[in-house]
Design a protein around this ligand. Structure first.
Ligand SMILES: [Fe+2]
Length: 473
């Protein structure tokens, strides 16, 4: 990261050493890993260069095998009772999470029992809503309360029901039974709202953030691109070969473009058509409810014996990179039935039923582990994954099926980033991930001398056999 930052700022070793007050040769030692980068150096770099400390810090890889398993016993041990209104309201337990992904999945048991489904029941303790998006999977007789624009709602939920909710909507959960288990799996995640966007906007301020908010309509996108390009409505109309008064109506939202007109406007603006398509938000009162009775189900694979029965859970078109599924691992399913692979971060929770075998392949290595109900796992994007039925006597005799909750959430590698990755030539992706050399070859410092330790380091993902072509600009 230090080399990459120095390259971006067009510093070679000597000028970087001068900026950072380092002796000759020290910068190459730092960027090769032979000398550790300490906090003093990070602070110094952030003081003299226009970057932030965090730009120089790597994230922790706590998932070197591709899958991080969290056992039921560890979840139970993490249990803590949370009071609301002075008495116990929830028991929280941690389940699988990773430093690589921003989602925060919790098992939460409802300790407050109610006798009705009245949203104004005084026994219900509401929160104030939170920044994170929330997907919730329900087990048992759980009342779900949510409030949107001052109106309170209560929905009776049961096993297999789910909901997806927008940030900042107050909500609560209670149990309708003092004897049956009543709990939820609550998966909160920030999506693109957290991280870099939030940090940038906190500098820009609330006024700028309000001005940047895009309503889900094409006119707002058209105005934004026209402003960015200093294009008048008339010039846009000439370029798109559309009448100027009509383009004025499109820009104000009084008219809606056909798909042919949208294509002409995209051409006129020099953008892909998808940049002019607004998002779609299907929530009602801030939430998208999915009851098991109406859920869509299908089997995989389509040909031959089915291994999985998949049921779609709650989600929303506003978050196309979030997928929630319930997967029944059918008797006889084994790992040869095909990999379930996705670009998303993945959370696995084994629901009540039979245990299941998890098979996965990460960086060429195959592994397997057995998961019991209540166990959970985090899976890195791109890891090949398969579930197999456990042919144990217990599972077969009482007819239980293994049932797995899958929540898949897109990470920082957005569609735009993935398009960009495809444009990086040759060994560029390795360099993008682990830049350890100068961006040019100078006469006085041949490329091999400029990266003297490259072949000695154990930096992962760096192919020391590659042939770098000298690139100068
Ligand atoms: Fe919540």
């Amino acid at each position: 990261m230090l080399r990459s930052a120095a390259n971006d700022l067009k510093r070679d070793d000597a000028s970087a050493e001068q900026d950072l007050g380092l002796p000759p040769g020290a910068f190459a030692e730092l960027t090769s890993g032979r000398r550790p980068v300490d906090w003093d150096l990070v602070g110094k770099a952030a003081a003299v260069w226009p970057l932030n400390e965090r730009d120089l810090l790597p994230i922790h890889d706590d998932c070197p095998d591709g899958v991080r398993i969290h056992r039921l016993a560890d979840s139970v041990a993490s249990g803590r009772t949370i009071n609301r209104g002075g008495s116990p309201y929830y028991e929280y337990r941690d389940t699988a999470m990773s430093r690589v992904a921003s989602y925060r999945p919790e098992w939460i048991s409802m300790l407050r029992v109610v006798e009705d489904s009245d949203p104004d029941n005084p026994a219900v303790e509401w929160n104030r809503g939170h920044l994170l998006y929330q997907f919730t999977y329900f087990v048992g007789p759980v009342n779900y309360y949510y409030r949107w624009e001052g109106v309170s709602h209560c929905v009776e939920m049961n096993t297999g029901d789910s909901v997806w909710g927008l940030p900042f909507a107050p909500h609560s959960f209670t149990s309708r039974s003092s004897t049956e288990p009543a709990y939820i799996l609550a998966l909160t995640y920030g999506g693109d709202l957290l991280g870099d966007a939030q940090r940038e906007l906190s500098v820009l301020g609330a006024g700028a953030a309000r001005a940047l908010a895009l309503p889900a309509e094409q006119a707002a996108l058209l105005r934004s691109f026209a402003q960015a390009r200093l294009l008048s409505g008339e010039e846009l109309a000439r370029r798109a070969k559309l009448p100027a008064p009509y383009v004025a109506q499109l820009l104000s939202g009084e008219a809606s473009a056909t798909s042919d007109e949208t294509a002409a406007l995209a051409e006129a603006l020099g953008v892909a058509v998808r940049e002019l398509l607004p998002t779609r938000i299907d929530t009602e009162a801030g939430v998208h409810l999915a009851h098991r009775s109406g859920a869509r189900s299908w089997e995989l694979p389509e040909q031959g014996r089915a291994a999985y029965r998949v049921t779609q859970l709650a989600g929303d078109p506003a978050h196309p990179h979030t997928t929630a599924l319930e997967v029944d691992v059918l008797p006889g399913a084994d790992a040869s039935d095909g990999w379930l692979t996705t670009y998303q971060h993945q959370y696995v929770y084994v629901l009540d039923g039979a245990p299941v075998e998890l098979h996965w392949e990460h960086r060429g290595e195959r592994r397997t582990d057995r998961l019991e109900p209540g166990d959970s796992a985090y899976v890195l994007p791109g890891t090949r994954l398969a579930f197999a039925a456990v042919d144990g006597a217990g599972a077969a005799q009482d007819g239980r099926t293994a049932r797995v909750l899958l929540l898949r959430v897109g990470g920082a590698t957005t569609t735009d980033v993935r398009f960009a990755l495809a444009t990086i030539p040759g060994d560029g992706i390795e360099r993008y991930l682990d830049e350890d050399r100068l961006w040019f070859t100078s006469d006085a410092a041949p490329s091999d001398a400029a990266r003297p330790a490259a072949v000695q380091t154990d930096a992962p993902q760096y192919d020391s056999t590659d042939q770098e072509s000298a690139r100068e600009h």
